[in-house]
Design a protein. Structure first.
Length: 358
């Protein structure tokens, strides 16, 4: 393969165009084509990469011999069908989260990705937010001792409007705890270096989209939840999600606490805090706060605190065999499993064993 990887983007809506901007900013990548069945979305593609070829059908893009790698950024419920065609193409692929909307479909993709000859990467860009990456490094390096508790808070704005309003219904998204929160369940697995065994969740739709109707049908997506996840290691993790909390200083706050200390990261303030229970010469607790710098080019290219830029750097390294496939389809499947268990727990009011989904 040439040093420059030529991309095709399948789905040129908001996330697809974010990938376009980041590929343009990362040395070694260029977008040569994009596909979307909706004219409005193709218009976003034309504005972002005016020299690229526009296709209505993803199959036509996959048949373009110029395309070395594809990014799948289509609505969640289409991923399984799109991946059938991608696997037949043999091209490298980065598939946006969630891998699929159901555990069965995600397992289908993961099984085929495991035997796929090209690179398969599941898009989990939150791993690549610089303050979050620093927290992961410190926890894995032993800075807080044995990790016991992990807390992730996302207090943010409501779901945005998408083409045909597909994200207003759980049948299309997998449910909020799959669609939005698979990122955080992926982080939980990564930070704890363990697998989930049990999920408890309480949530509801209490504020957002209550007065909206689409062909007479009311949206059914959660807008707030607490999710507790027990891990094989003995660690437990909490997700605190609120999607009517745009009046917040930070959108994401992560705290990892062990027997020796606590590490925290904050987005978008980009603060990292490391506290040690007995850190000073007099053995009293100490707290160190640091501002984590992020490349302004990366910040300008997307809405995820520069993370998509760094994700594409790592994806290119994997394509050129300079680095590992850091986020596999199996990782995507495990995140969907936790999200699906959480959605079931909200409905039943009962804890859900991950094993019961397999």
């Amino acid at each position: 393969m040439n040093e420059t990887v030529r991309y095709g983007i399948i789905g040129s809506g908001m996330m697809g165009t974010e990938h376009m901007r980041n590929i343009a900013a990362v040395p070694g990548g260029t977008v040569v084509a994009y596909a979307d069945p909706h004219e409005r979305s193709r218009g976003f593609g034309r504005l972002t990469v005016p020299d690229a070829t526009a296709y209505e059908d993803a199959r036509a893009l996959l048949g373009d011999d110029r395309v070395d790698a594809v990014v799948v950024a289509t609505p969640n419920h289409t991923h399984r069908a799109v991946m059938e065609d991608v696997f037949a193409s043999g091209k490298h692929v980065l598939c946006e989260k969630p891998l699929c909307t159901t555990v069965d479909d995600a397992r289908w993709v993961a099984e085929r990705a495991a035997a796929y000859d090209a690179v398969f990467w599941c898009g989990m860009e939150y791993r690549y937010m610089r303050p979050v990456a620093r927290l992961i490094d410190e926890v894995h390096g032993g800075a807080i001792g044995t990790l016991t508790m992990l807390s992730i808070r996302e207090h943010r704005y409501p779901f945005l409007t998408k083409v045909a309003d597909w994200n207003r219904f759980a049948r299309n998204t997998g449910g909020t705890l799959v669609e939005k929160c698979c990122h955080f369940f992926d982080l939980m697995r990564l930070i704890t270096r363990s697998e989930a065994v049990r999920v408890y969740a309480s949530g509801g739709q209490d504020v957002n989209h209550l007065d909206e109707r689409y062909d007479g049908e009311a949206p059914d997506i959660l807008d707030n939840a607490f999710v507790v996840v027990d891990f094989e290691s003995g660690a437990r993790a909490l997700l605190d999600l609120c999607m009517f909390a745009e009046a917040s200083r930070n959108q994401e706050e992560i705290a990892a606490t062990g027997d020796l200390g606590k590490a925290e990261s904050f987005i978008p303030s980009s603060d990292f805090v490391l506290g040690r229970r007995r850190g000073g010469a007099d053995r009293r607790p100490s707290v160190h706060t640091e501002k984590i710098a992020v490349d302004p080019v990366a910040l300008a290219a997307g809405f995820h605190h520069g993370a998509t830029f760094f994700e594409h750097q790592a994806f290119l390294d994997a394509i050129h065999a300079r680095g590992p496939v850091a986020v596999t389809a199996e990782d995507g499947l495990r995140a969907v499993e936790i999200g699906a268990a959480a959605e079931r727990s909200v409905v039943t009011g009962l804890p859900v064993a991950i094993e019961s989904l397999r």
